[in-house]
Design a protein around this ligand. Structure first.
Ligand SMILES: C[S@@+](CC[C@H](N)C(=O)[O-])C[C@H]1O[C@@H](n2cnc3c(N)ncnc32)[C@H](O)[C@@H]1O
Length: 206
């Protein structure tokens, strides 16, 4: 929290939810994009605890270098189960992943790639700052036909002051950071679901 930063990081209140909603831990293959400062990578690597594998796609070399330094500094070594690839995730995903974590300006460009790169039953969690981005992401997930259990939520943390007889909420609170959108991949694109969602989207759009 206290390092000088060049990229906006995901704060612990949201990172905690990403790890639980994304069911990240143990021997799973996780794809993350982009890496930014590497704060989310650190949380994922801690949850993996030396098992599984984290691959981070980052479009900017300078952010990849900076985050690598930050991650190595945190762990005191280079985690063996972490790879950073300099590439644009909007152009495609290679290989197969059990979990995907996105912190991108336009995450919906990855939904088509996840049809082949996310395993059946796999989970994607996307950190999304504004409602218009949320709407596009959720609509794209629904239209894809491969996603189910789509959930959208935000977390508001209200700290309390507990000091002698002064027991009350703090004057300030962590208000908006971003929304989280999660979804799970179905074994096969479901034609009926797609049809139903097509109807829903048309109705909503009128
Ligand atoms: C807000 S930062 C991520 C911060 C990170 N979650 C953390 O907690 O430190 C967003 C990152 O996504 C990268 N990015 C943006 N578009 C991308 C793309 N199409 N493919 C890969 N990385 C991308 C940016 O360069 C930036 O490093």
């Amino acid at each position: 929290m206290h390092i000088k930063r060049q990229a906006q990081i995901i704060y612990p209140k949201d990172t905690a939810a990403i790890l639980m909603w994304g069911d990240i831990g143990g021997d799973v293959r996780v794809l993350e994009s982009g890496i930014g400062q590497g704060a989310t990578s650190i949380a994922i690597l801690r949850a993996l605890s030396g098992q599984g594998r984290l691959t981070s796609y980052e479009v900017r070399q300078d952010f990849a270098d900076m985050s690598k330094k930050f991650i190595n500094g945190f762990f005191g070594r280079t985690p063996e189960n972490h790879t950073i690839e300099i590439r644009d995730i909007y152009h495609g995903i290679d290989g197969e992943y059990d979990r995907i974590v996105l912190d991108l300006p336009e995450p919906w460009h990855t939904v088509g790639h996840m049809q082949t790169s996310l395993v059946n039953g796999g989970i994607v969690v996307s950190y999304i700052p504004t409602v218009l981005q949320v709407k596009t992401m959720v609509d794209t997930l629904k239209e894809s036909g491969w996603s189910t259990q789509i959930e959208t939520f935000e977390l508001i943390l209200r700290p309390w002051k507990v000091d002698g007889l002064s027991v009350r909420p703090e004057m300030w609170m962590y208000n908006h950071s971003a929304f989280l959108v999660s979804a799970r991949k179905l074994a096969e694109p479901n034609a009926k679901l797609l049809e139903k969602r097509g109807g829903y989207i048309k109705k909503g759009g009128q």
